[in-house]
Write a new protein. Structure first.
Lengths: 472, 123
């Protein structure tokens, strides 16, 4: 008797449960109406929260690694030192070492794709100079640029989001949702694996009542439907899915409204280039290089002269600073080094300074360089442009030999007027007219009549035209 | 409020989409990248509901993590937009986990320039 009562009670509970299920379940149409209402409410709330966001505070300047944006990278600080020339990140190899017959400067960190910023900022240069000397150099540079992380910080306005259009999209989606539910989801048997996702899909279509913790929103519902449909192995389900493929594909292509969708790669990069162009970028650099004489050995036809033995001809350490803004750039440097004018001299100390200015940028084509005060980026690139510049570099001997009688102990001077051409982000070069003064030595000759004393003085060279590739 | 993850990354606890009286899940979402560079999470959405982020977003260097409470669900479809204007980040990975649960990869990318906006499903 007890067993009979138990069976009756179980059946009654099952019946009540089934009735309850039916009472709580909806049709796909009713459930979609609910899903639409919920997602529209959620998106409206999100849009309102975005509207309420306060304005961004002023962005402070901070030490930062150079972003991979060549449009606003400063040019070479001083080609002589190899400290900062060219784009470290885009090229890796540069070709603008002054006085070099052949040489390379490369950034091992960039070439090896290392993620350490300091290593990426280091460059090594190796070159053979025009009088059989060899140069080895090490340089480090860093840019101080504004840290710009958000769309607003790079001048992008809020995206134009149209909630009514999204609601219309949802209206169009309704028939696909209902068709997929009625023709496919309804006939999918409960799988052994992931039954909770199956339940979720059934709930989304209204075939099962909502549960606490299982009341999917529209995006979750569509994802769940996709998972159970793709996972179904029943041929009936596969056939139904193929018969309703257009509706199924339409449903799976659904993209929920995103009020940040206009902040794509191109918009952010353009905004960054424009903001950094106007805000300015500082750059500091340290460099050191050493010039070695060749090592000559074997037969010496003149025993009075010693053969070069790989001695140091010069070394130099230098600190550099540059500031670039709106296409104008100022660069200064100071350094100390020791060098010898001839192989028989002792090394003597030299102070070195340089100053360079580039400005008055003008477009090479009909496109203006700036529009409404913002950099004119066309298809992600700057218009081709040029800028005028001047530079001067002076070296002063700290304790010159008695035979050197130059103004302020000047031991080298170079001044140049130039035009920098920025053709593309990948190619820029400089045409210049440099005048260069270097110490040359007249040897003493006691046998001459009258005797000739040693004299060291500046000899000037005017080269009418020099082209330097700044970046390839 | 914030706490530290075992790997030392700060976890931002942000406003969720919980509804009083409704069961919730505590979710942790982490995004990591290779470069020692900053980026900002400006949008995070869980099952269509935007998670309120502090200020203009959650910043991070090399990575970031946020925890929030969301209405309990079988699956959490999580959307995000990470911005880093002018930079290129590599080996981006977004992962998520429920409180006490296993971490699951939600999506990844070899490289992204200026922005990484994707979605993934936390089961």
């Amino acid at each position: 008797v007890t067993r009979h009562w138990l069976v009756v009670a179980t059946l009654a509970l099952a019946l009540v449960g089934a009735l309850g299920d039916d009472a709580a379940a909806d049709t796909p149409k009713q459930r979609f109406a609910d899903l639409k209402k919920r997602i529209l409410a959620a998106k409206e709330k999100e849009l309102e929260e975005r509207r309420q966001q306060p304005d961004e505070p002023q962005v402070p300047l901070r030490l930062e690694d150079v972003p991979d944006n060549t449009a606003v990278t400063t040019r070479a600080l001083d080609p002589d030192t190899a400290g900062n020339a060219s784009s470290r990140t885009s090229a890796g190899i540069k070709t603008d070492l002054e006085g070099v017959e052949a040489g390379v400067s490369l950034n091992p960190g960039v070439l090896l794709s290392l993620n350490n910023n300091t290593l990426r900022e280091l460059s090594i240069s190796i070159a053979s100079l025009d009088d059989s000397r060899s140069r080895f150099g090490l340089a480090w540079s860093r840019e101080i640029a504004p840290t710009l992380l958000t769309p607003a910080s790079v001048g992008l306005a809020p995206c134009k989001v149209d909630l009514p259009s999204f609601a219309e999209e949802l209206d169009r989606l309704e028939s696909s949702f209902e068709t997929v539910c009625e023709r496919v989801v309804q006939i999918i048997p409960q799988p052994a694996n992931q039954p909770e996702v199956w339940f979720s899909a059934q709930i989304a279509c209204g075939y099962k009542p909502k549960q606490d913790g299982n009341d999917p929103g529209l995006t979750e519902a569509i994802d769940g439907i996709g998972k159970v449909v793709e996972g179904a192995r029943d041929p009936r389900v596969r056939g139904a899915m193929l018969a309703s493929k257009a509706f199924y594909d339409d449903l799976m292509a659904f993209k929920p409204l995103d009020p940040t969708s206009c902040y794509g790669e191109k918009a952010l990069q353009r905004g960054y280039a424009q903001t950094a162009w106007a805000a300015g970028r500082h750059r500091i650099g340290l460099s050191a290089n050493i010039d070695l004489l060749p090592r000559v050995f074997g037969f010496n036809p003149d025993p009075d002269m010693t053969l070069p033995d790989g001695d140091v001809q010069a070394w130099k350490a230098r600190a550099e600073y540059a500031f670039a803004r709106r296409g104008n750039e100022l660069a200064i440097s100071a350094g100390y080094g020791r060098s010898r004018a001839t192989a028989n001299d002792e090394l003597s100390g030299t102070l070195s300074t340089s100053l360079s200015f580039t400005g008055l940028p003008r477009a090479l084509t009909g496109e203006p360089l700036e529009t409404k005060g913002r950099l004119n980026i066309i298809n992600g690139k700057l218009p081709a442009h040029f800028a005028l510049g001047a530079s001067v570099r002076a070296d002063f001997a700290m304790s010159p030999p008695a035979s050197q009688d130059t103004f302020l102990h000047l031991s080298a001077l170079e001044a140049a007027l130039f035009v920098d051409f920025h053709v593309t982000d990948e190619l820029s070069f400089r045409l210049g007219i440099p005048v260069k003064g270097e110490i040359v030595v007249r040897d003493a000759d006691a046998m001459a009549s009258p005797p000739v004393e040693e004299k060291r003085a500046l000899q000037w060279t005017l080269q009418p035209f020099v082209a330097t590739v700044l970046k390839i | 409020m914030s706490e530290l993850q075992p790997e030392g990354r700060e976890v931002f606890q942000v406003g969720g989409n919980e509804v009083p009286g409704v069961a919730t899940d505590t979710i942790e979402v982490s995004i990591a990248w290779d470069e020692d560079a900053e980026a900002m999470l400006i949008r995070l959405v869980d099952n269509d509901v935007a998670i309120e982020l502090p200020g203009h977003g959650v910043p991070g260097r090399r990575g970031l993590a946020v925890t929030y409470r969301a209405a309990a669900a079988v699956q959490h479809v999580i959307e995000w937009r990470l911005t880093f204007p002018g930079r290129t980040l590599t080996e981006l990975v977004c992962s998520g986990r429920r409180a006490g649960g296993q971490r699951q990869e939600l999506n990844n990318a070899d490289e992204a320039a200026s922005v990484w906006a994707k979605s993934g499903v936390l089961s």
